[in-house]
Design a protein around this ligand. Structure first.
Ligand code: NAD
Ligand code: DAU
Length: 359
């Protein structure tokens, strides 16, 4: 872990955003090498990255293991000359955190602290290289909820409302503390809702796409009026590369898509888009599948990001428009039904039953 080699550790790289980040970065940065560390929980799929060792010989390595495993982290530090860590690994689904919060405390809080501890000591042993970066990928949910006006900024007070967001908030505080106390060159990013290829179909957009395809009910929580600020995953990946290369240690950067939509608007849009593609109309129209179900406890009403800081200081802004990127996302799922089949394990079916039956 010293002079600039362009080798980065990506934790949680077999999940949704990590997969997109690794695939995009290997393409955009031909000198870089990526080591992916992933515990392969229900959300991690090694198949997402299986072709990379052949596509990019010598530039990609997969390590199966947990960020909680101190001995394994030390082996990786000894074996690799790392320029930094991009830390995605987490339990990421709010509904799961409501039903079973313990894994969120373990992975998101203890796991992040384990990484900080090991990488800080490795960084010190290597003479504190200035170019080293620890980028912690976090969420806008740490700021709680907005009403109909206003935006989250880097100065917004923390006010997490779910066990998931509380665990991410705690991890953000530890990252900040490791920078201020020990000097670790760490940066926190907080982004809004991502969408795009490889997203696990427990989250709103892929769940609705697949349910529409299979003519299943479309479970909308509450009245569907909640608002999210949608960010195309490749825009997020490019923002993270920008932060990694140009961001200042100790800083926080908010990353948003600038595309606020109500949940019901998203579901209507997906119904209409797929109805056109599948030539469904009239009584067959997918909007008829919508069912308003019991709301998520503590459901945050609105998230919206003011991304002025990253735009003005680092020159990043989203380049994908929602209308086109959502069509590309739908097209990706239609073209990858084999991927969908491969990740719909028994665990997935059980989750769907637990969360939606009798709701
Ligand atoms: P995901 O659930 O799709 O993937 C998480 C990955 O982490 C999986 O591959 C899983 O196997 C791995 N993992 C879990 N526990 C691990 C452990 N102990 N050690 C190593 N790997 C482990 O998540 P995602 O949607 O890709 O989110 C990635 C990160 O971005 C998370 O930190 C999340 O909080 C944050 N984030 C996500 C969004 C979003 O819209 N998806 C928005 C804001 C922030
Ligand atoms: O804001 C960033 C966050 O976005 C990330 O930190 C999380 O990891 C990510 O999961 C996402 O959290 P949300 O809770 O906003 O995403 P989800 O896709 O679960 O839900 C989006 C909205 O849709 C939310 O208001 C709840 C609603 N919803 C969700 C599901 C799964 C429904 O109405 N029905 C559903 O079945």
């Amino acid at each position: 872990m010293n002079a600039s080699t362009g080798t980065y550790l990506v934790t949680g790289g077999a999940g949704f955003i990590g997969t997109n980040f690794i695939r995009h970065t290997l393409k955009l940065r031909p000198q870089w090498r990526i080591v992916c560390l992933d515990a392969l929980t229900y959300a991690g799929n090694p198949g997402n990255l299986a072709d990379l060792t052949k596509l990019y010989p010598g530039r990609y390595r997969f390590v199966h293991g947990s960020i909680l495993d101190e001995a394994l982290l030390r082996v990786i530090i000894d074996e690799e000359t790392l320029d930094g860590v991009i830390h995605f690994a987490a339990e990421s689904h709010v509904d799961r955190s409501i039903l079973a919060p313990q894994a969120f405390i373990e992975t998101n809080v203890n796991g992040t602290c384990q990484l900080l501890k090991v990488f800080q000591s490795g960084w010190e042993q290597n003479g504190k290289p200035e170019n080293f970066r620890f980028v912690h990928v976090s969420t806008d949910e740490v700021y709680g909820t907005l009403g109909d006006t206003g935006y989250f900024t880097e100065a917004s007070p923390y006010a997490p409302n779910s066990p998931y967001s509380a665990s991410k908030a705690a991890s953000d505080h530890f990252v900040r503390a490791w920078h201020h106390t020990y000097g670790l060159p760490a940066i926190v990013t907080n982004c809004s809702n991502n969408y795009g290829p490889y997203q696990f179909p427990e989250k709103l957009i892929p769940l609705m796409i697949l349910n529409i395809l299979e003519e299943r009910e479309l479970p909308v929580y509450g009245d569907g009026a909640n608002i999210r600020d949608w960010l195309y995953v490749l825009d997020h990946c490019e923002a993270l590369l920008t932060v990694l290369e140009r961001g200042n240690p100790g800083e926080t950067y908010l990353i948003g898509g600038g595309a606020e939509k109500r949940n019901l608007e998203i579901v209507h849009l997906l119904c209409d888009l797929l109805d056109r593609l599948l030539t469904r109309s009239g009584a067959q129209g997918s909007r008829g599948l919508i069912r308003f179900v019991t709301d998520r406890p503590g459901h945050d009403y609105r998230y919206a990001i003011d991304a002025t800081k990253i735009r003005n200081e680092l020159g990043w802004q989203p380049r994908f428009r929602f209308e086109g990127a959502i069509e590309d996302t739908v097209a990706w799922y239609l073209a990858h039904m084999d991927w969908v089949a491969s990740i719909r394990s028994g665990e997935y079916r059980q989750w769907i039953e637990t969360n939606y039956n009798n709701r």
